[in-house]
Design a protein around this ligand. Structure first.
Ligand code: FAD
Length: 488
């Protein structure tokens, strides 16, 4: 039974906005209460579905009046438990999924203004229809929303060339914790008029305001893209290849992803048809390179071939596979995108989303592998990610137990048991090393609840004190996504 304040909130909400603005049937709202990985199971008596910015503002005002916590939610694909309520039953989910309008496009300014619930895939399609590119891209693009992308300041596979979500957003419309509407939908690339409120809300994971619309910056579409898989014998070689590719292609290098053998092996096991093209590459680590060209395919091919032949000569690369068609290039990306899905099929892993200076990555990988193997012999390190921008998904998985591995239930139980037994220690060891090398414990996924306390531990009192001061000043009643990012 929800508390009196939640009941009064729901009563007032129904009076003001009618029944279409919420769902309470447990079978209809259950999917909104658990995160994508199934690690955080919350409780809530309702999910709210506003259909306009004005309705969001009304809901937040009522929440403020009754002191009810609201958890903004987009596609619920977040990976840190930030998009679901806690298990108190006292918070409600505020879904932005009905805010679907494309409000404006400005072809000459290369911008489009979209509401928060538009999915990333739809935003990409919309840009394509204008003959332009919205370059942000993630494997979860079919469900993840623009509001969620900005609230997490997500990264993905195009950060190397185009930057993360923050770099692609020029303006925002936000409902504040008091229920006011801040209309900052400016399509300006230069605007030095005081504190940057837009940048404060981006990456705040729904704790400072509810994003209801955004102005996105678009880019010209490259005339051609060429993609290759390069087999590297070591991470040093991968870093050497990155330097070579950047020196030859500069900003035309639009993708540079590392996939270690252990992560490719998961794709081979759970999506064997997809992994067919890499069968001939042996048990090797691969780098996926993407080169774009504004002038056409011939230039892209020449550039890619030049980079690969120099890399082969310098023994940075042992072998390479250049995509022969758009379909094959898509398959290469699909292999990369399916690592997370294959991991989830395998079972729980101890996840890390780390950022490191690129120069420190080889040292980190060598020393960390040794430390983890000494600690837990046979442990699998599922390591892949956006090495071009220093971001690795460094995940630690249970040693394979051949006797029970074919059975999904037994396998998943073994993985979950392993995770629960070793998670705290492995997090501490990995993150200690990351921080000692000047790195970050969350490069692109945010803090949510999963990394909140670790961030407090590593950031120290001054930085956390400043974060708290911002939260308290913008949300003094702690209405918006309480308990996430920083405790107040
Ligand atoms: C298979 C898979 C692959 C992924 N790959 C990547 C990747 O490569 N790079 C990467 O960075 N992330 C990745 N993610 C994580 C996730 O997709 C991103 O964090 C995404 O930006 C979340 O968007 P969402 O709409 O699903 O947000 P949700 O999960 O619904 O919410 C995430 C956070 O944003 C807040 N929020 C949502 N909407 C709003 C709003 N309108 N206003 C204010 N706050 C809001 C929520 O409260 C929560 O704190 C991946 C996830 C999956 C499942």
């Amino acid at each position: 039974m929800p508390s009196a304040s939640v009941q009064e909130f729901l009563h007032d909400l129904l009076q003001q906005l009618g029944p279409a603005c919420l769902k309470t049937d447990p079978s209809l709202i259950s999917g909104h209460l658990v995160d994508w990985r199934g690690r955080y199971q919350g409780r809530a008596s309702a999910v709210l579905f506003p259909d306009s910015t004005q309705q969001v503002a009304q809901m937040v005002r009522l929440a403020s009046k009754h002191r009810v916590g609201l958890v903004p939610q987009g596609g619920n694909t977040g990976l840190t438990g930030a998009s679901v309520p806690d298990d108190s039953g006292e918070q409600l989910v505020l879904s932005l999924s009905r805010l679907q309008a494309i409000r404006a496009v400005d072809q000459a300014n290369k911008t489009m203004t979209l509401e928060a619930g538009v999915t990333l895939a739809k935003a990409q399609e919309q840009a394509e229809a204008l003959g332009l590119l919205f370059p942000l891209t993630l494997p979860s693009r079919g469900s993840a929303t623009i509001g969620g992308n900005l609230a997490t300041n997500c990264g993905g596979t195009a950060v190397l060339r185009y930057g993360n979500a923050r770099a692609l957003c020029l303006g925002l419309e936000v409902v504040t914790a008091s229920g006011d509407i801040w209309s900052g939908l400016r399509g300006l690339r230069k605007d030095n008029t005081g504190y940057d409120l837009r940048d404060l809300f981006i990456g705040s994971e729904g704790t400072l305001g509810v994003i209801t619309a955004a102005v996105l910056a678009l880019s010209p579409r490259p005339a051609a893209l060429m993609t290759a898989l390069a087999k590297v014998s070591s991470v040093e070689s991968a870093v050497g290849l990155l330097g070579l590719a950047q020196s030859k292609a500069a900003a035309q290098l639009t993708g540079f992803e590392l996939m270690t053998w252990s992560s490719l092996d998961l794709v081979s096991q759970y999506f064997p048809a997809l992994a067919q093209p890499i069968k001939g590459m042996g048990s090797a680590d691969l780098v996926l390179l993407e080169i774009s060209s504004p002038s056409g395919e011939a230039e892209a091919v020449a550039l890619l071939e030049d980079i690969l032949s120099r890399a082969l000569e310098a023994k940075l690369v042992e072998d390479a596979l250049v995509a022969q068609s758009i379909q094959q290039a898509q398959t290469f990306w699909d292999i990369r995108d399916h690592i997370t899905l294959a991991s989830s099929e395998d079972g729980h892993q101890i996840k890390h989303d780390i950022g490191l200076p690129i120069s420190c990555i080889p040292e980190f990988m060598t020393a960390m592998r040794q430390e983890l193997q000494d600690l837990l012999p046979g442990v699998r390190i599922i390591n892949f990610g956006h090495i071009g921008d220093g971001n690795l998904h460094y995940n630690v998985a249970c040693p394979v137990r051949p006797e029970s591995w074919a059975d999904r239930g037994q396998r998943q139980k073994a993985c979950a048991d392993f995770m629960h037994a070793h998670e705290d220690e492995i997090h501490r060891r990995v993150h200690d090393r990351v921080v000692s090398l000047g790195g970050s414990i969350s490069a692109e996924h945010g803090l949510g609840v999963m990394r909140r306390d670790e961030a407090a531990y590593y950031k120290g009192p001054v930085e956390i004190g400043l974060m708290r001061a911002i939260k308290i000043s913008l949300d003094p009643l702690n209405i918006l996504n309480p308990g996430k990012v920083v405790l107040v």
